[in-house]
Design a protein around this ligand. Structure first.
Ligand code: NAD
Length: 485
């Protein structure tokens, strides 16, 4: 790992880096060496105030620009991001421990896609015209105002940009608080946006734990809150935002099913299960961690999965041949180890993995359990680590009921070569994001988000515009006003 990742300062406010060492120190720990590699300081109340003041001041003029002008800034930021993809990927790898092999193709590139896509949409955001005899109504699509973004630690660059891009395209300003686990990448997003021409104050990044997030959510100047995080945090943030009747987007956790029928293409099904469980060492919200496999294909599936897992290469994530990195933190590793122990205790069959790898760095082996039943903790709780559970099934109706028997509803996938069954299954899934014969792809053109406890609102696609803008109706009277007296 590279160690020269100390940012210029902890916060980026009003177009520049700002430091205030009175805040609680937040050490950045390298998940490979377990050593401190950078430090930032939690935002003090003065920093929170500075960020919100800057956003509030800058927003009106930004909204008054044409959409094409705003879009140009976002598209330029996308270009800069692509030009710097290598350095940004190295930073993301240092921030999270994810392999460079992944970050080179999934993080700054995905952020750039979002900036480019919403930059392209910005010039064509419109209201509508409704004729009512001689009178008519037109709607103005207006920005919400100041938006707060709060991020999780698994995709720090992507989360920052997925929130910034639609918010800024619609003419809002944003204050973003990254996860305290991964504070570095969002600062780069802010730096690049301003280099691309975003006016000072339009996108600000401040550091901190949950209390800083909570202070932002309840500030009267804030019009919208977009959180990516766990369900317990989502409950708190949603409730706090409700106090001020603020708009919300909640991208929360999941325990998603992948259903594999006997007639599925085995290699695709195994590939989907790998993508849906082990990418980013399993630290992906939409992971399909309950893999329901029909009895006829079960042993073949487990055999092929075990074979393909032999190609896992753990090690220094900056080595581009490494395809499996450590957990983000020692705490996360311990949480996942606790789930593995529980799986064994409750009688699941450990097919492969289950152990920490080495004694330095937060590396856990990709782990597969078979003979998992619906009531086992590894089948009910979000683990957020590399633990795949195989559950058995025979009947389509029965598996659909079991797939839906969870309070989460983020994603779901089905592997089958029966066209009608595939569409029946996705229609029946209680989930916001579903897949047929593939898994875990999240292109910016498609809406992404959850149902049930997994969230409200959608990120990406044109759908995100509805969550970062509001319509004002303008009734225009053309006839004399008729009043009763
Ligand atoms: P977390 O809920 O612990 O924290 C998320 C963010 O919320 C952090 O920045 C944290 O500081 C902040 N926060 C905590 N308490 C707060 C409060 N009271 N008020 C305001 N902010 C507060 O989540 P995490 O551990 O960082 O991330 C893992 C979770 O995120 C998993 O559940 C995962 O499924 C979910 N996630 C969801 C998506 C999605 O798009 N649906 C994407 C990535 C991660």
């Amino acid at each position: 790992m590279t160690y020269d990742i100390q940012p210029t300062a902890s916060h980026f406010i009003d177009g520049q880096y700002v430091e205030d060492k009175n805040g609680t120190p937040i050490p950045v720990i390298c998940p490979v060496s377990e050593e401190q590699v950078a430090i930032v300081y939690e935002a003090t109340p003065a920093i929170v105030e500075q960020a919100l003041t800057a956003a509030k001041r800058a927003q009106g003029a930004w909204e008054a620009m044409t959409g094409t002008e705003r879009g140009r800034v976002l598209r330029r930021a996308a270009e800069i991001m692509r030009e710097r993809n290598y350095d940004l990927s190295v930073l993301e790898t240092n921030d999270t421990g994810k392999p460079l092999q992944e970050t080179l193709v999934a993080d700054a590139t995905s952020a750039a896609d979002a900036l480019e896509y919403f930059g392209g949409l910005a010039g064509s955001l419109t209201g509508e015209h409704i004729q009512l005899g001689d009178d008519f109504v037109y709607t103005r699509r207006e920005a919400l105002g100041v938006c707060v973004g709060i991020g999780a630690w698994n995709y720090p660059t992507q989360i920052a940009a997925w929130k910034a891009a639609p918010a800024l395209a619609c003419g809002n300003a944003m204050v973003f608080k990254p996860s305290e686990q991964t504070p570095l990448c969002a600062l780069k997003v802010a730096e690049i946006l301003h280099e691309a021409g975003a006016p000072a104050g339009i996108y600000n990044v401040i550091q901190g734990m949950g209390d800083v997030g909570a202070a932002l959510v309840t500030d009267p100047r804030v019009d919208k809150v977009s959180l990516t995080g766990s369900v317990p945090t989502g409950r708190k943030v949603y409730a706090a935002a409700a106090e001020g009747i603020r708009h919300v987007t909640m991208e929360l956790g999941g325990k998603s099913p992948i259903v594999i029928f006997d007639d599925a293409d085995l290699e695709d099904a195994v590939g989907g299960a790998i993508l849906g469980n082990f990418y980013s060492s399993g630290q992906v919200c939409s992971n399909g961690t309950r893999v329901f496999v029909q009895s006829g294909i079960k042993e073949a599936f487990l055999k092929r999965l075990s074979e393909r897992l032999k190609d896992v290469k753990m090690g220094d994530p900056l080595d581009e041949s490494v395809n499996f990195g450590p957990m983000v933190s020692g705490r996360q590793m311990e949480i996942v180890q606790g789930f593995i122990a529980k799986g064994i205790e409750q009688g699941a069959r450990l097919v492969t993995g289950g152990q920490r790898e080495g004694d330095k760095g937060y590396f856990l082996q990709p782990t597969v359990f078979a003979d998992v039943t619906d009531d086992m903790v590894i089948a009910t709780d979000e683990i957020f680590g590399p633990v795949l559970s195989v559950l058995d099934f025979d009947d389509e109706d029965d598996v659909l009921k079991r797939a839906n028997a969870t309070d989460f509803g983020l994603a779901a996938g089905v592997f089958t070569n029966d066209l009608k069954r595939a569409h029946r299954m996705v229609a029946g899934f209680e989930a916001g994001t579903t897949y047929i014969n593939t898994y875990n792809l999240a292109p910016v053109e498609a809406p992404f988000g959850g149902s049930k406890l997994s969230g409200v609102g959608r990120e990406n696609s044109k759908a995100a515009i509805e969550h970062y803008s509001q319509l004002k109706s303008v009734y225009v009277g053309m006839a004399p006003v008729e009043a009763p007296f």
